[in-house]
Design a protein around this ligand. Structure first.
Ligand code: HEM
Length: 533
């Protein structure tokens, strides 16, 4: 992009862009270098000398080029773009200006990813896809760190390390899995029925996206909008691709993984380079605070959707990706998304999965990006000025001025004024005993899995059955296969019977009854956005 079309983020990045053709070769200390192909030696055939500072610096820097890959979502592709709201229809619902001020173009950086594989793994494996968006708003950075599926495997984040250990290669041999087929994942699944709904999505064609440009995105958790008066409204975020949602078929994915492991990232890069700009519509499902308990599932349970026929998705804006990064490492690898990065008008709920994420992302980035100053990296820096009392630490690039780095102080300098319109946390009343116990309202693990199965066309059901057969058929322990099938029988007995026939296991008993059958919610009021005019 050039000229006036460039976003504020693009202009901010200008200062960090370096063109190697602009100057002569130097060391990191700026010493001009005229020869870089031969080390300094004692005689033409002699040993290399320690005093060759150019040689030492070149090798040392190379030796330290790698940083840890992300513990999950290591394989990804990113792009810049912008978001603009259609109108001010959310103005009475949230104080987030980037969502409510028509004509505002907020720069974004989006990173798509697979979850389980390491950095060099193939794009087209059966997996969830990450869909993380950083909005560089005038009120600071808002990160919507979502996936291409609307639910998750577990209800409480304390199980995330267990789950990821089960998904990743088995620890004794570390053989990467081309797909999710191995004993540890399926053992986890059979023992944790809360995974059942998400496993239905994972065995569906949603796990094989044709292109990042043709993927839906979901914030998954119920978040909270907060208006200017401090009133809250529950919200679920949805991205809908303008190109529609499309998948590959299993046979294609396996062939492509061999022929072009970079298939999805290449597609994204080429489309943007060719001016075929990917676009998504942002939609929201809104639920009033009064309706919190009117569903037959818990809004705080990330293994549940809010069915769209009960609360429609309302379009609120669009996002276009229009520029590829200049440097994969600097931008796509060093970008740091965090669910806790919210702006005034957006807040959290007590979803125990979300609560865990609020801790985890910053914690992991402290090691992945080498200390507490990664927010200063060009891709992570907000558009507005950062002023606070944080000081020092590895990779500090700001030269802070003033004598005092504490608040309040009387000596002057280093003391930014408090913002009159600063972020205020939603004043939710919290009252309870400290207990380690899952709420009964999280107990129904099957109804929505059944809902998903029943919503599939016959050919989609065939694909799901084939996927379960393929993956479960790779599990060595027959007892694990049987355990998974017992869970599936609670979703749909025909599904379980069809899968069993393909994996050498007797069909499970048909369960006599199942707790938690769906009932319709009785919503107390219209859930459409409040009209601000
Ligand atoms: C990374 C989504 C649950 C920990 C990511 C990324 C996405 C994502 C999209 C990649 C971010 C990027 O592109 O840099 C989700 C979703 C979840 C979920 C949608 C559930 C709804 C969790 C939970 C935890 C967790 C429960 C921990 C308790 C992490 C960590 C990373 C990560 C540690 C690596 C971050 C980094 O190194 O920068 N997640 N995640 N996630 N997620 Fe999650």
């Amino acid at each position: 992009m050039a000229g006036d079309d460039r976003t504020a983020k693009d202009r901010q990045l200008d200062a960090d862009r370096v063109d190697p053709d602009d100057s002569v070769l130097t060391t990191d200390q700026g010493i001009p270098i005229g020869e870089t192909d031969n080390s300094l030696r004692a005689g033409e055939r002699g040993p290399t000398l320690m005093e060759d500072f150019h040689f030492r610096e070149k090798i040392t820097h190379f030796d330290h080029e790698r940083i840890p890959e992300r513990v999950v979502h290591a394989r990804g592709a990113g792009a810049y773009g912008y978001f603009e709201p259609y109108d001010d229809v959310l103005a009475g619902v949230t104080a987030a200006e980037f969502l409510t001020t028509p004509g505002t173009r907020t720069p974004v950086f989006v990173r798509f990813s697979t979850v389980a594989g390491s950095r060099g793994s193939a794009d087209t494996v059966r997996d969830v896809r990450g869909f993380a968006t950083k909005f560089y708003t005038a009120q600071g950075n808002f990160d919507l760190v979502g996936n291409n599926m609307p639910v998750f495997f577990i209800q409480d984040g304390i199980k995330f390390p267990d789950f990821v250990h089960a998904v990743k290669p088995e620890p004794h041999r570390e053989i990467p899995q081309a797909s999710s087929a191995h004993d540890t994942l399926w053992d986890f699944v059979q023992l944790q029925p809360e995974t059942t709904h998400m496993m239905m999505w994972l065995m569906s064609d949603r796990a094989l996206p044709r292109s990042y440009r043709m993927m839906q995105g979901f914030g998954v958790h119920t978040f909270r909008f907060v208006d200017g008066d401090g009133a809250g409204t529950f919200v679920k975020f949805h991205w809908k691709p303008k190109l529609g949602t499309h998948s590959l078929v299993w046979d294609e994915t396996q062939k492509i993984a061999g022929k072009d492991p970079d298939f999805n990232r290449r597609d994204l890069w080429d489309a943007i380079e060719g001016g075929d700009l990917p676009e998504w519509e942002l939609g929201v499902q809104l639920v009033s605070e009064a309706d919190e308990h009117k569903f037959d599932f818990d809004l705080l349970d990330a293994t549940k959707i809010i069915p769209e026929e009960e609360v429609p998705v309302q379009p609120v804006g669009r996002m276009v990706l229009d520029r590829n990064p200049d440097n994969f490492f600097a931008e796509t690898e060093q970008v740091a998304f965090h669910t806790a990065n919210v702006v005034p008008g957006i807040d959290f709920t007590n979803d125990p999965l979300l609560q865990a994420r609020l801790f985890s992302y910053l914690d992991t980035q402290l090691i992945r990006l080498g200390g507490p100053n990664f927010a200063q990296l060009p891709v992570n820096r907000p558009l507005n000025e950062v002023r606070n009392h944080h000081r020092d630490g590895y990779h500090q690039t700001t030269v802070h001025q003033g004598k005092a780095a504490y608040h309040p102080n009387t000596v002057g300098g280093g003391c930014p004024a408090l913002a009159p319109d600063g972020y205020v946390h939603y004043q939710e009343r919290v009252d309870g005993s400290k207990i380690r116990k899952r709420s009964e309202s999280f107990a129904d693990h099957y109804s929505q899995a059944t809902l998903f199965w029943n919503s599939m066309a016959d050919w989609e059901k065939d694909h799901i059955v084939a996927a379960f057969r393929f993956e479960l058929g790779k599990v060595g322990e027959m007892a694990i296969r049987e355990g998974v099938l017992r869970n599936l029988a609670n979703v749909d007995h025909e599904l379980a019977t069809r899968v069993a026939a393909g994996v050498g296991v007797a069909p499970p008993e048909k369960p006599a009854s199942r707790a938690g059958d769906r009932r319709s919610p009785a919503l107390s009021q219209d859930n459409s956005p409040k009209d601000s005019v």
